[in-house]
Design a protein around this ligand. Structure first.
Ligand SMILES: [Zn+2]
Length: 156
């Protein structure tokens, strides 16, 4: 079995105004991050079929496992109205004074599972934009580029 991954790379300056604005919303979301432990501030913007935008930021907790990633903070809000309003695209951005931000800021495996599950529920892909704030922006057509196999339940 073989899987081919396709990730597109763009220069930020070549993106449309709408695309840049979408990424900027992820930057805005990162300002609401609560990350006193990692000092890794993540923002996520999620666009919907009807134009609605949901923002999320990572929320750390003194009890570490109780925290949550920016993507899931936004996506669980998005999922509440999924039946009437599909998720179209997701942008993730991060900055940190403590760690290097990966140039291609791939969501963690837990978030990829959630994105993948929402794709299955809505029967439509979710484009994933990844930006470290630099010149290059990356985009994947769906979570399957990073998570070709995912956990799924089917009723008997
Ligand atoms: Zn995550």
């Amino acid at each position: 079995m073989e899987k081919t991954v396709r990730i597109e790379a763009f220069l930020h300056q070549d993106l449309t105004q709408e695309e840049q604005a979408f990424l900027n919303q992820a930057v805005e979301a990162s300002k609401q991050s609560h990350a006193p432990y990692s000092e890794f501030y993540v923002g996520c913007s999620v666009s919907h079929q009807n134009g609605k935008l949901i923002l999320g930021s990572n929320q750390e907790n003194a009890s570490f496992p109780s925290g949550l990633c920016a993507e899931r903070v936004a996506l669980f809000e998005s999922a509440k109205t999924l039946d009437a309003n599909k998720v179209m695209e997701l942008a993730v951005y991060a900055r940190s004074t403590k760690y290097e931000v990966p140039q291609m800021l791939v969501p963690c495996a837990g978030c990829l599972q959630v994105i993948s599950d929402i794709q299955n529920r809505q029967k439509a892909p979710i484009k994933i934009w990844m930006w470290d704030g630099g010149d290059t922006v990356y985009r994947a057509q769906d979570a399957g580029q990073f998570l070709p196999f995912h956990f799924e339940l089917h009723k008997k």
